[in-house]
Design a protein around this ligand. Structure first.
Ligand code: KG4
Ligand code: ZN
Length: 336
């Protein structure tokens, strides 16, 4: 049995987990800063790194305690090297390096998105070739994996990430931060009352959400100027349908053309109930392709997902050394 201590601090969650063989969670501590950042309507990077510094030691100790293990039982220390907020990442990287150095353990630096994808190992054994739709606050990507630990980004966003668009639209509707869950809930009571432009890109698997976001902002401003009340439910519904229908149809086109053995959803926006519903509906047409939709707690940032990816990286001998530092613009393994 391989036990990995995993640390994740790329944004506003201070997280540490102990994971066995990348598929069994012994502990998974997530200390969220949402209450603080929601006061400002979004993540304040300086504040995030300061809170990480204050919490990281206690979070790591708690993860070991809840897993009922000591550092002697741990085989390697995995951590998020990037991408993310530089100050936030830095705290996790320093913590991982300190622990690894003090206890003589190998270090496994990871790309945050590999964690989101491998979180699906807590649901099922992965089958390759695999297509992942990665949807988070910082990423919107179609990742093709011909084999285990083999990543090729075949589609990406040309501008905003989908989670970012959700958060910005939520701000217009005064729904607080993070906006995704609030829009998800509100849209359930909405109707197709407004017409919004379908996102267009020249490449078939690329995404774009900034035009749609701007159209929502302009529509809200226009209605207000004309003395009409905007219906938050209808606007949430129309934004969500336009964004998701476009994204899901591109994903299905990629599935049709590449024919993977498995499709997985990954990232915070994978918690969205309408996206889960749409993907399940559309994938019904592909009886020979498995669809994995991770449970909600595996979608948003946590360290168990870093432990899952860390185990595979460990098997592939992807170790780092003490010279590694936080890389806010890190690209996927194998990418330019
Ligand atoms: O993966 P994640 O926790 O952090 C990043 O790596 O970015 O994703 C956070 C994003 C936020 O933009 C949040 O609004 C969005 O995920 N999100 C959702 C839902 N739950 C979280 N978006 C839509 N519907 C949801 N239910
Ligand atoms: Zn994430």
């Amino acid at each position: 049995m391989t036990k990995i201590l995993a640390i994740e601090t790329s944004c506003d969650e201070t997280a540490c987990a102990v994971v066995e063989d990348g598929c069994s969670i012994l502990s998974n501590i997530v200390s969220s800063q949402i209450n603080v950042h929601s006061l400002y309507g979004g993540v304040v990077p300086e504040v995030a790194s300061r809170i990480h510094v204050e919490n990281i030691s206690a979070v790591v100790q708690e993860a070991l305690k809840q897993a009922k293990v000591s550092m002697d039982d741990i085989d390697a220390v995995a951590f998020t090297e990037g991408p993310g907020l530089i100050g936030s990442l830095h705290v996790g990287v320093q913590a991982a390096k300190t622990v690894a150095w003090a206890f003589g353990k190998p270090l496994i630096p990871l790309h945050h998105i590999t964690g989101h994808i491998y979180a699906n190992r807590y649901v099922s054994k992965l089958k390759f070739p695999l297509m992942a739709l990665v949807v988070s606050g910082g990423h919107t990507e179609l990742v093709w994996m011909a084999n285990d630990w083999d990543f090729k980004v075949i589609g990406t966003t040309r501008d905003d990430a989908i989670g970012e668009a959700y958060d910005k639209v939520a701000r217009v509707l005064d729904l607080g931060y993070p906006g995704g869950p609030a829009i998800d809930k509100l849209a359930k009571q909405g109707h197709p009352h407004y017409t919004l432009p379908t996102p267009k890109t020249s490449s078939p698997y690329d995404f774009s959400f900034s035009g749609l976001k701007t159209a929502v902002l302009q529509l809200a401003a226009r209605e207000k100027k004309n003395g009409r009340e905007v219906s938050p439910e209808d606007l949430a519904y129309c934004f969500q349908e336009t964004a998701l229908q476009s994204m899901v149809s591109k994903t299905i086109a990629a599935v049709e053309n590449h024919h993977p053995a498995m499709v997985v959803l990954a990232g915070g926006v994978a918690a969205n109930s309408r996206l889960r519903e749409l993907m399940s509906e559309k994938m019904n047409a592909f009886q020979d392709i498995d669809l994995i939709i991770p449970p909600l707690k595996c979608c948003t940032d946590n360290a168990a997902m870093i432990g899952a990816a860390g185990y595979i990286a460990y098997q592939h001998h992807q170790f780092g050394d003490l010279s590694v530092s936080a890389d806010p613009g890190l690209t996927m393994p194998g990418e330019e």
